[in-house]
Design a protein around this ligand. Sequence first.
Ligand SMILES: [Zn+2]
Length: 227
Amino acid sequence: MKYVPDKTGRFLKRPHYEPTELDGECDAIIRGFLKAKYGDAKFPISTDDLTCLIEQDASDLDLYADLSKEGPDIQGVTDFYPKSKPGVRIDRRLSENPSYENRLRTTLTHEYGHVRFHDYVWKLDLKPADMLAEVPSKVSPKCNRGAILNAAATDWMEWQAGYISGALLMPVSVLMKLFSDYTKEKSIFAPIYAESEHGQACRRMLMESFKVSDEAAKVRLLKLNLL
Ligand SMILES: [Zn+2]
């Protein structure tokens, strides 16, 4: 990781990660969390465990928030506070409707990305006067449905949180083992066409192994240059 100037103007400087660095850190975070809790890291990680992971590093997690006033299609918000750990709010519709569970899982891991990788960044810029404010910072990320998985790279904070979401749900070490077992068995080489028979089979394999949507599986494989 290195610091570069923040062209979005939100911060003076911001962290730049290579995708392999995010993969390595997320792999260690999620496996470490599961090993500490169960003595072993098994996937898919349960949705309850994802909420425990957030509660471990955030001051508060509200799974039943009304986010309608935050903007159109906002599914998750991470509130950065000057003097405490961040708080996370998730759109209640994701928690109340079991058919949205995959979306809930990607939103939880996306917000965790902001908690773990971004809260400290804005604190670097805090001035003494800012420390007196009890309200959440104006730079607190409000995350739109379209950007949860795959934001444009120009919005580095959303792009990183989207990458982190995939890297926590589908850790690189476990995914690469599954993928290489599959390609060896079929005698094929990456990258494979996303819509081919093998591409679709790999997407299904990830959906079942990690409990994610087809879209999340496809985005993850594309980002790892496997499709
Ligand atoms: Zn976000």
